[in-house]
Design a protein around this ligand. Structure first.
Ligand SMILES: [Zn+2]
Length: 270
């Protein structure tokens, strides 16, 4: 009981029409999930960036710690040498012989040199600490910005989730009802194609030139035989593209393009 408008309705629908109806619901659900997926991906990127900054921050902090320790050690060494020099100065005053005095003088010079080295080392370590602290401040600023972006990403993801949930549940219910009406083998074919080809599981026939019987697949653009198209037009037979294997259907544009000329005139007259 193909109605006057061409499209059969309800239980009288042919297998291709039933599949297409189900496919459109699937496509909507996939589109919604796709939007959630991109929000999830963006959030994951932000989390990763944040973790990288945290790792850098931790490395710099441990650098500061060991530089401070090195500076402290050098500082301590300098003090120890200073104390030793004070002792020697006292001993020099008490020196009994020139030889003794000379020996103290030599030690004093060595101590002075060593102390100078220790002070330089302490100073260098502190200069490096300042440097690393500057880098730390930069990383902390970057981290704060990234953390803000991540918070926005979480909000965005949650919003997307909430936004699609209601609609997704609706589509899920619709999908179940529609799937129950599709023959099992056709349904399993559609599911396989959806898994492997996504939105190209089904594609409309494109009427390139009706007079010359030039038809192509809406998914892969390869040509489709006139027999395949007439099978679809007359019985809505399950028809697959010979190239990409998708299930073909006639969308409104194709149905209009395939209308017999008298019907088109009739439409134009109305
Ligand atoms: Zn194809």
């Amino acid at each position: 009981m193909a109605g006057r408008c061409g499209r059969p309705k309800g239980n009288w629908m042919n297998v291709t029409a039933k599949l297409e109806r189900l496919f459109q619901v699937e496509k909507q659900a996939r589109g919604l999930r796709g939007r959630l997926d991109s929000a999830e991906r963006f959030l994951a990127e932000q989390t990763k960036e944040l973790a990288a900054l945290d790792a850098k921050k931790a490395a710099l902090e441990s650098q500061v710690k060991s530089l401070l320790a090195a500076s402290g050690d050098a500082e301590g060494e300098s003090k120890r040498l200073e104390a030793r020099m004070t002792t020697i100065r006292g001993q020099m005053d008490q020196a009994q012989t020139t030889k003794q005095y000379q020996a103290f003088l030599v030690e004093m010079n060595t101590l002075k040199t060593d102390q100078g080295k220790a002070e330089t080392a302490a100073l260098e370590a502190m200069t490096k600490v300042e440097d690393v602290r500057k880098q730390l401040a930069e990383i902390e600023a970057l981290r704060a910005t990234r953390d803000q972006v991540r918070k926005v990403a979480v909000t965005e993801r949650d919003a997307r989730q909430a936004e699609i949930q209601t609609r997704l549940t609706e589509l899920q219910a619709q999908r179940q009802t529609l799937a129950a009406d599709v023959p099992a083998d056709a349904l399993s074919l559609l599911n396989t194609l959806l898994k492997n080809h996504g939105d190209d599981a089904m594609a409309p026939v494109q009427v390139e030139d009706r007079k010359r019987h030039e038809y192509t697949c809406g998914a892969c653009q390869m040509s489709i035989s006139i027999e395949a198209v007439s099978g679809l037009l007359s019985k809505g037979s399950l028809t697959r593209c010979g190239s990409c294997q998708c299930i073909l259907y006639l969308d409104e544009a194709a149905q209009k393009a395939l209308e017999p000329p008298e019907k088109r005139r009739e439409r134009a007259g109305r």
